[in-house]
Design a protein around this ligand. Structure first.
Ligand SMILES: Nc1nc2c(ncn2[C@@H]2O[C@H](COP(=O)(O)OP(=O)(O)OP(=O)(O)O)[C@@H](O)[C@H]2O)c(=O)[nH]1
Ligand SMILES: [Mg+2]
Ligand SMILES: [Zn+2]
Length: 259
């Protein structure tokens, strides 16, 4: 379904009669991709937004979000926000996890206007969704990309170090230069539905160059002898944190299968 603000949908029929300032459904398209968290259909691109600090990155959650994007074959972009708050060691730690992945990595500060132009460029003409934990700065970044959005933002709780779930609804926003972007509520838990553990390895793109070297063609990269992926992780050629995540996810999916 495509929504447009009234003024850009002027020539379209108005099935709902569209009140002043309301969106109008101009076209209904078949769903090609469907995300459950956030619940959005037909997006092409997912922008994972993490704060370097306040709240510190939850890599496990980030891994789950990326996995969901991979499963739906979305183009992925990673955005590390709040560069103004982080020191060199914190930036290095985040880069170690994200820079080996084949996704563009943007360093941003919504409050200082850093990295906003490249982000705007990535969104231009595309249908994107922002995803990430509460408080990471998704709405703040979108406000920086397009001040007219005027999205509500909220302070991160000092006591629990987490966002306060300010964005409550999935919001579809039209970009002035073409394209749409969806702001979504942050979440802290995500479980995968309908994923066979045997498929999991395909959704870790950095495993691809190593998989060929596994002794078994159907290697699950868990306990099999001669697993080139496990060896690559041990040798530091694959980020160890990501490989540990893979093992955890695989186990989770296996346990689910038993039910
Ligand atoms: N220092 C600093 N603070 C930022 C930056 N970006 C956002 N913030 C602050 O972080 C807090 C959370 O920002 P939001 O934009 O509401 O975060 P969100 O990801 O939309 O959160 P939810 O809507 O709850 O999912 C606000 O107080 C922002 O002002 C940044 O680059 N630097
Ligand atoms: Mg928000
Ligand atoms: Zn293997």
């Amino acid at each position: 379904m495509i929504f447009q603000p009234e003024e850009t949908a002027a020539t379209a029929e108005r099935p709902g009669g569209g009140a002043e300032g309301a969106g109008v459904i101009v076209e209904r398209r078949p769903r090609k991709t469907v995300l459950l968290r956030p619940p959005v259909a037909n997006v092409e691109q997912m922008v994972l937004v993490l704060a370097l600090k306040e709240p510190a990155p939850d890599w496990l959650l980030a891994g789950r979000i990326l996995l969901q994007g991979e499963r739906e074959r979305l183009e992925l972009v990673c955005c590390l926000n709040k560069t103004d708050l982080a020191d060199a060691a914190e930036k290095e730690a985040a880069a170690a996890t994200l820079s080996p992945l084949p996704y563009p990595l943007l360093w941003c500060s919504a409050s200082e206007g850093v990295g906003i132009a490249p982000l705007r460029e990535k969104l231009k003409g595309r249908f994107s969704v922002f995803a990430g934990p509460s408080g990471a700065g998704k709405s703040s970044l979108l406000n920086a990309v397009q001040p007219g959005f005027g999205l509500k933002t909220g302070k991160v709780s000092q006591k629990i170090g987490r966002g306060r779930h300010v964005t409550r609804h999935v919001e579809l926003l039209a970009l002035p230069g073409g394209g749409f972007v969806v702001d979504t509520p942050g979440f802290s838990r995500l479980s995968f539905a309908d994923l066979e553990p045997e498929r999991l390895g395909d959704l870790f793109p950095e495993f691809a160059p190593h998989r060929e070297g596994c002794s078994f063609r159907n290697c699950n990269h868990m306990h099999e002898p001669g697993c080139a992926v496990r060896e690559a992780a041990a040798a530091g050629l694959i980020n160890r944190c990501r490989y540990r995540q893979y093992r955890q996810f695989w186990q989770e999916l296996k346990d689910k299968e038993k039910w």
